[in-house]
Design a protein around this ligand. Structure first.
Ligand code: SF4
Ligand code: SF4
Length: 438
């Protein structure tokens, strides 16, 4: 794609990066076929190619984003299916991340929307506040009936529609909190390795059982696990809202905490059980590339970061349980398959450890979770969830496995089939407790 940035504009490293990405795009449009919003809405401006044009115009002209640009960028799930499909290697992720930051800085949203986004950015990364908000949301559920009835599914939802979506996502009950930061779980038998396990923010409130399963699996196979004190939310939630000041601050704090832990006791890896977080932490090196004080430390942390299934693939597991009659539909989270290009490892691990693994039709399409997307764009998100659940039903599973809490909550809201994390099944198969019962 031809670009016309001025030399002065290209002196800005972000614009120079955008220029490189834009020039790689050859307009072929292959990406449109796998873009969930284009598949649903059929509007070129809701396709990757359309959004790339909008971003190019906005950056080249140096104009503040228009309402039209914001509408189509907001509808993007950042699922990155377009990056998997693109034959020219266009890094859409870095382009749309930059567009979101610019929108956040230069576009004035209506007051109610600003308030909702500020609330999400404040509450979600703080587990204590998030837990409290889930309790309040549960209590407030009956009030949902008093909210104005939602109109027909809309691609630009009202505030009330979003509030109703938020209330609907609140779980019926909350589990007891898991282990606190600073805890160390020694390896059973001889120690073969030592890792940090990201504690996560929403996940530790909604499903602490996931990291408990990871700790049980790892320690039983000779890996010491540390929950690093002073670790924060990875910043993914605010990063995707375009609030980079907050996201980069959290990245710096985590880099400092993890490298200090590596200096104290050594770390073979920083493990992540929420693939949405893993994709962002693996990108810390890029996000902080211009920060002289953090660039090399950020690159080091990104290189140390592994999805749990990536790491466990390098360990010989010892299955003790025969689960050959259990059919597992494997839901490939976008952040894992498109963001981190991890497609086979989770399925191979499940098969090797005794499960009958089924691929889900249209597995490249997002389930609609996408961080805060199912709150901010509930109608598109619900349509994608229903499509995903219908596709999953076609393989007739006993259980659904996924590697991302956002997908797990989203899919579970549309099906009665138990949804578990891949690591819970692996833990169970190798001597841990049966998932979905505790
Ligand atoms: S990230 Fe997903 S929703 Fe956004 S343009 Fe790419 S394929 Fe479409
Ligand atoms: S597939 Fe890649 S090169 Fe083709 S239009 Fe989409 S982003 Fe551009």
């Amino acid at each position: 794609m031809k670009t016309e940035f001025s030399p002065a504009q290209l002196a800005d490293p972000d614009i120079a990066e955008a220029n490189k990405i834009l020039r790689a795009c050859v307009h072929c449009g292959f990406c449109t076929a796998t873009c969930p919003t284009y598949v649903l809405l059929g509007d070129e401006l809701d396709s990757p190619r359309g959004r790339i044009y909008l971003i190019k115009e906005m950056l080249e002209k140096g104009r503040p984003p228009t309402q039209e640009v914001v509408k189509h960028i907001d509808r993007c799930l950042s699922c990155l299916a377009c990056m998997t499909t693109c034959p020219s290697g266009v890094n859409y992720m870095h382009l749309v991340d930059q567009a979101r930051v610019r929108i956040e800085k230069e576009y004035r949203r209506p007051l109610t929307e600003r308030a909702l986004r500020a609330l999400l950015a404040w509450v979600l990364p703080r587990p204590g506040l998030f837990r409290l908000s889930m309790i309040l949301a549960r209590l407030g559920r009956p009030l949902a009936a008093l909210l104005p009835a939602p109109g027909p599914a809309a691609a630009s939802p009202t505030l009330w529609r979003r509030v109703a979506a938020m209330l609907a996502l609140a779980p019926k009950s909350l589990p007891a909190p898991g282990a606190a930061g600073g805890s160390v779980f020694p390896a059973v038998g001889g120690r073969r390795g030592r890792v940090a396990l990201l504690q996560g923010c929403a996940q530790q409130v909604l499903a602490p059982r996931i990291n408990q399963a990871a700790i049980s699996l790892l320690t039983r196979h000779g890996i010491e696990v540390v929950l690093v004190k002073d670790e924060q939310c990875c910043g993914a939630l605010t990063h995707h809202l375009g609030q980079d000041g907050d996201a980069l601050g959290r990245a710096r704090a985590n880099i400092t905490a993890w490298l200090a832990e590596a200096g104290r006791g050594g770390l073979d890896a920083i493990l992540v059980t929420t693939s949405g977080c893993g994709t962002v932490i693996k990108d810390y090196g890029f996000m902080l590339r211009e920060d002289r004080d953090f660039a090399s430390a950020a690159a080091k942390v990104s290189a140390l970061t592994r999805d749990i299934t990536e790491y466990v693939s390098g360990i010989e597991l010892h299955p003790t349980q025969q689960n050959g009659d259990i059919v597992v539909a494997y839901h490939s989270a976008c952040s894992l398959q498109h963001g981190q290009k991890i497609t086979q490892a989770p399925k191979e691990l499940l098969s090797k450890n005794g499960f009958v693994v089924k691929d889900v039709p249209e597995s490249h399409l997002c389930c609609g979770s996408a961080g805060t997307y199912n709150i901010l764009q509930p109608d598109i998100a619900n349509r994608l969830r229903d499509r995903k659940v219908a596709n999953i039903a076609m393989v007739g599973p006993d259980m659904i496995a996924a590697g991302n809490i956002g997908c797990m909550v989203q899919i579970a809201s549309g099906t009665s089939v138990p949804v578990v994390h891949t690591v819970e099944l692996l833990d169970w198969a190798t001597g841990g407790s049966r998932p979905g019962l505790n």
